[in-house]
Design a protein around this ligand. Structure first.
Ligand SMILES: N[C@@H](CCC(=O)N[C@@H](CS)C(=O)NCC(=O)O)C(=O)O
Length: 233
């Protein structure tokens, strides 16, 4: 059994997408980040970065003590290695998947995250910041669209992988990111293909059952924005 510390946000959805695909038994431990539960001392023991998702695997393959892990990319990689699924053992396919996984972790996620911040949440509308992150999101969508334009089914050719699972939840809020998928036809086809997977549907339903309210309301803004070294516990 895997404990998943989770709230329904893009980084959280990545992990439910994997767990549903692999049909691994898991239980969700809700971490309401809009109410400060990411600062709970017990959560910080497994996720010192005060961010979800995190997991505790009670049956790691070395049969040792329960293993805890934070950072969604590391969790996807861990689960892929544990199950032998969604990450090819073939050198070239594996390298491709990892390349796009890190592209999401270092590029699409942070840039789209700043896009969300300045376009939706910032108390001032700062044109330079909004343009900067909307443009960079657009550039990244363009890169992915070009990659997918050769007719490949998934990010790594014909095999659905952790790279697709990492990227998809960051494309879901494309309208909020001021992106029109019609401008990225190959990306749009891929997006619809991933959306239609039963495990994707189940993952987003699991999220709905935890919360169907926006995470970032006025109370949440005070908790989420303005963190510094002084708020590290
Ligand atoms: N790089 C981290 C980012 C995780 C992250 O930013 N999680 C957000 C929600 S998407 C969070 O927990 N925020 C709580 C906070 O800002 O205090 C990962 O991919 O796991």
């Amino acid at each position: 059994m895997i404990d998943l510390y989770y709230w329904p946000t893009p980084n959280g959805h990545k992990i439910t997408m994997f767990l549903e695909e692999a049909q691994l038994p898991y239980q969700i431990k809700a971490v309401n980040i809009g109410r400060g539960e990411q600062f709970d001392p017990d959560f910080l023991k497994i996720a010192p970065n005060n961010r979800m998702p995190a997991i505790v695997d009670h049956e790691p393959v070395d049969h040792g003590a329960a293993l805890s892990l934070f950072e969604s990319g590391a969790i996807l990689l861990y689960l892929a290695d544990k199950t032998g699924q969604f990450l090819s053992a073939d050198l070239r396919a594996r390298t491709q998947a990892l390349q796009w996984l890190f592209w999401q972790m270092g590029g699409l996620g942070p840039m789209a995250g700043q896009n969300h911040h300045f376009v939706q949440y910032a108390p001032e509308r700062i044109a330079y910041a909004m343009d900067r992150y909307v443009n960079e999101t657009s550039r990244l969508y363009g890169v992915l669209n070009k990659h997918l334009s050769d007719g490949r089914e998934f990010v790594v050719g014909g095999d659905y992988s952790i790279a697709d699972m990492a990227i998809y939840p960051w494309i879901v809020p494309h309208l909020n990111q001021q992106q029109d998928l019609a401008d990225y036809p190959a990306l749009q086809v891929w997006f619809e293909r991933v959306a239609a997977r039963p495990a994707t549907v189940a993952a987003y339903q699991a999220g709905q059952s935890i919360s169907n309210q926006p995470t970032v309301d006025e109370e949440a803004k005070k908790i989420l924005f303005g963190q510094t070294a002084k708020t590290v516990r």
